[in-house]
Design a protein around this ligand. Structure first.
Ligand code: PEP
Ligand code: MG
Length: 838
């Protein structure tokens, strides 16, 4: 029989659960508790040894299920598992079920001699009854509602719908929306698919209702979004709509085309054809997938979640790539793909397939996605019908991951015109316009996201071409005019000349660099250094205004958000909600760009009166940064909860300041883990794999950089503090300013040591002290291999300019020489004399 262990912070709580459980099954189950602490001052707590003993007392080959309350209970359970032998460990399962409901369900299942997986499933499903019950009885007395007129050009199509869903999901409220004009049913506002399939067009009225703690704030935010036309400026972006079909100038004397398709992206091209093999069966929207009965639905559910997690990261990478290549507006197409993965109604339907029908994850996924595709296909709006290509794109991605199939990439080795039956938005976004000169698709639609992406990439495209084109041999020369949808096969020499000329004129008008197709080479200017060394230029910020300035100046992300500003000029600590709002507002401005949030770094010269910290004789060497966070963990935990909540939909990383020992970063990570556990228990979403970094600004951290690098995902060197601590020269004292020069070889050597340790451990290193903005430091830092520089917003443009002008073949040699100088002055003279900048 399966054994049950209950871990709780309070002995009374555990005793109560034990009593209820015993009554349910009349003692016919082996149940042990590990609860409370032996500390007489504070009897609340958990202890790994107690947990271990409890497991040992009920251990059985059928397995043991552990249920726990929150926070350190989970840590104690995990530690206790480590004391077990590997064979025993395999039989002991930590269960995420709610403690009281889960324990009762688990003992009933165990007493009924269910196997260990069934006991876990019973415990995990134990909340369902309560949820259903409360759902029925919550009533509508607190229901708030608002009617909004949608006036943006294309209505709630994918990108505005993504913004709507993302905004709705930020609030602790149940939000529903209906298209009142079309008198549809209400749908959940956090489901991208339900919102899109409302078919809201420009001029339609929507009715939004909200219930819950943040209902008012949610409705207000949604109202702002709708009345500001979802941020669409004036008319909708031209690439959103089908290109105007005007006869191409100078085509009148050309022979009739061999193929007449639908114009999808304007421009002309002439090049050999390259046919893409379909990566899936044309009659079936998915790879062939078989359905079978599974014994352990939890395993299938876990497999699905793993695949969704990987898909999420893949799409994030695609989004970053697309936004660099074609800009944020078009790249936002992939925001909708991410929301699709998170769509709660979709996940509920799959959950049902897996748990109720014991269906394997692949078949469950396909069934639900196919049904959704059908819903899109049957919509009235032809524009929304084309979104089925996006559903199928995400569908294929997750299915590939579930089936562990390799990712197919489109390899185009020389300038070509692609021929295919279809091209997914993901594939289109990755096309290289210097190799793919044109696209001919037999399926498709000019309003599909693939066509929008082709237009943004400047690749002429024709869709809806006759299938006969698929029979052409690879290498057949094609001439295409994407403005009128014409395709010519094997044009003669005269026509070839006309097309080359037309293409060059078109490229010039497009401001795209001409490509010398005949030679197969690109006429590129001298390669700027930044192309060879992918150094990232980020910004240091301390307010919303800074964020706007950073973006306006071209920051690729935020390398340091000094969060102290949130704590100053007030009489008490900012609460979690206030912090969350600010982090979200900043992250919203950044869209996909990374945001590194540094946890509170007060002390030193920055004080907060309401914390009543004792005055210190030597505050820079005293109680500051992470030392305060570890001493008053509640302050740090509240901040980490806010950061984690903001990370649910934004690219956020956490950075801890003033780390000097391995123990400190481990302790900080424990508090982070506690915050994560709490959020999980409260069903509040956050990015589960958030990156963690530290400021390297204490010399001790440099000395043990190899050990610290094993604990984190990145370093950011804080040369302002590092310099003052290395040189024992107060950063604010003008009399020691000559000593506190970041170009002193002592500092450069410490930077070098930090970068080496980080790179050996496989993590990246940024630098966010003032040194990053010093032009004389730039060649040295780059030569030492720094990966990212983060500077104040006004310094971004000059820094980027300096990077592109840097004319240097041997920055590494310069860095080596700089390390050998005997003063900051001689380092400065060395770099100045070498005239790095053209
Ligand atoms: C630093 O110490 O270099 C740094 C960037 O942090 P702050 O200036 O906020 O101490
Ligand atoms: Mg600092």
């Amino acid at each position: 029989m399966v054994g049950i262990v209950i871990i709780a912070h309070s002995q009374q709580l555990a005793a109560g659960i034990r009593e209820m459980a015993a009554q349910m099954v009349q003692g016919r189950v082996s149940l042990a508790v590990a609860a409370g602490s032996e500390n007489l001052q504070n009897t609340l707590g958990t202890d790994a040894i107690q947990v271990y003993e409890a497991i040992a007392s009920v251990f059985h080959d059928d397995g043991v299920v552990i249920l726990m309350d929150l926070g350190s209970a989970i840590t104690s359970a995990e530690m206790a598992l480590e004391y077990l032998s590997p064979e025993h460990q395999q039989k002991v399962h930590l269960c995420a079920a709610p403690l009281v409901e889960g324990a009762i369900a688990a003992v009933i299942a165990a007493a009924a001699r269910k196997n260990v997986m069934e006991v876990i499933a019973a415990a995990q499903g134990a909340l369902a009854a309560k949820i259903t019950r409360l759902g029925l009885t919550t009533g509508s007395q607190n229901l708030k509602e608002i009617r909004l007129l949608v006036t943006n050009q294309l209505g709630l199509h994918a990108r505005p719908a993504s913004k709507f869903v993302t905004t709705a999901a930020k609030f602790q409220a149940q939000i529903k929306v209906k298209n009142s004009t079309k008198n549809t049913d209400f749908v959940r506002a956090d489901s991208i698919n339900q919102v899109v399939t409302l078919g809201v067009m420009s001029g339609d009225e929507i009715l939004v209702t909200a219930q819950g703690m943040e209902a008012d704030a949610a409705l207000q935010a949604l109202e702002t979004l709708v009345v500001t036309n979802f941020g669409e400026v004036g008319a909708v972006n031209l690439t959103d709509v089908v290109p105007k079909i005007t006869p191409s100038i100078g085509n009148s004397h050309l022979p009739p085309p061999h193929f007449q398709g639908i114009a999808a992206a304007s421009g002309v091209a002439i090049a050999p054809s390259l046919s893409l093999k379909p990566t899936r069966l044309s009659t079936h929207p998915f790879l062939p997938v078989s359905q079978y009965h599974v014994e352990y639905p939890e395993v299938e559910w876990q497999r699905l979640h793993t695949a969704l997690g990987i898909a999420y990261r893949e799409i994030q990478a695609l989004l970053s790539h697309a936004s660099m290549q074609i800009g944020d507006t078009e790249a936002a197409i992939f925001d909708a793909h991410i929301l699709f993965l998170e769509d709660p109604t979709l996940l509920e339907a799959i959950h049902q397939q897996i748990f109720d029908h014991h269906c394997n994850a692949e078949a469950a996924w396909c069934a639900v996605v196919e049904e959704l595709s059908h819903n899109y296909r049957t919509l009235d709006d032809p524009y929304l019908q084309t979104r089925v290509a996006d559903i199928s794109d995400v569908g294929q991605r997750v299915l590939r991951l579930l089936m562990d199939a390799p990712e197919t990439t489109i390899e185009v080795l020389q300038p070509s015109i692609l021929i295919a039956t279809e091209l997914s938005p993901s594939d289109t976004a990755k096309l290289d316009p210097t190799r793919v000169l044109g696209i001919c698709i037999t399926g498709g639609s000019p309003s599909s996201h693939s066509a929008i992406l082709a237009r943004s990439l400047g690749i002429p495209a024709v869709v809806g071409v006759s299938e006969e084109i698929l029979h052409l041999a690879n290498g057949t020369i094609l001439a295409i005019d994407g403005e009128i949808g014409h395709i010519w096969v094997e044009p003669d020499a005269e026509m070839g000349r006309i097309f080359q000329h037309k293409r060059e004129t078109w490229l010039q008008n497009q401001d795209i660099h001409p490509i010398m197709e005949a030679a197969g080479t690109r006429d590129t200017p001298k390669e700027p250094l930044c192309d060879r060394h992918p150094i990232r230029v980020f910004a240091n910020i301390g307010s919303l205004e800074d964020t706007q300035m950073a973006i306006a100046n071209g920051a690729e992300g935020i390398g340091l958000l000094r969060t102290e500003f949130l704590y100053f000029h007030r009489s008490q600590l900012p609460n979690e909600g206030e912090q969350l709002l600010m982090y979200q507002q900043i992250a919203d401005i950044l869209t996909h760009r990374p945001l590194i949030i540094r946890t509170l770094d007060i002390g030193g010269d920055k004080t907060i009166p309401y914390l009543n910290l004792p005055k210190e004789i030597n505050p820079f060497l005293g109680f500051r940064g992470i030392r305060i966070g570890l001493h008053q963990p509640q302050i740090l935990k509240t901040q980490l909860r806010a950061i984690l909540r903001a990370s649910a939909r934004h690219n956020i990383k956490i950075m801890f300041p003033m780390i000097a020992t391995v123990g400190e970063i481990r302790a900080a990570k424990m508090i982070l883990q506690e915050a994560q556990t709490e959020l999980r228990q409260e069903s509040i979403s956050f990015a589960s794999e958030i990156e963690i970094g530290i400021m390297v600004e204490v010399p001790a951290a440099v000395a043990i950089a190899d050990q610290l690098a094993r604990e984190v995902d990145f370093f950011s060197i804080g040369t302002n503090d590092l310099t003052q601590y290395i040189m024992a020269a107060d950063r604010n004292n003008p009399r020691t300013a000559n000593l506190a020069d970041g170009l002193n070889p002592a500092i450069l050597r410490m930077i070098h040591q930090t970068i080496q340790a980080a790179h050996q451990a496989g993590i990246w290193v940024g630098l966010c002290g003032e040194l990053a903005a010093d032009p004389l430091a730039l060649p040295i830092l780059m030569g030492l291999g720094i990966d990212e520089l983060s500077v104040n917003p006004p310094a971004i443009t000059p820094l980027k300019q300096a990077i592109t002008q840097l004319n240097l073949s041997d920055i590494q040699a310069i860095a080596t020489q700089a390390l050998q100088q005997d003063s900051a002055m001689s380092v400065r003279s060395l770099v100045a004399a070498l005239k790095f900048f053209t």
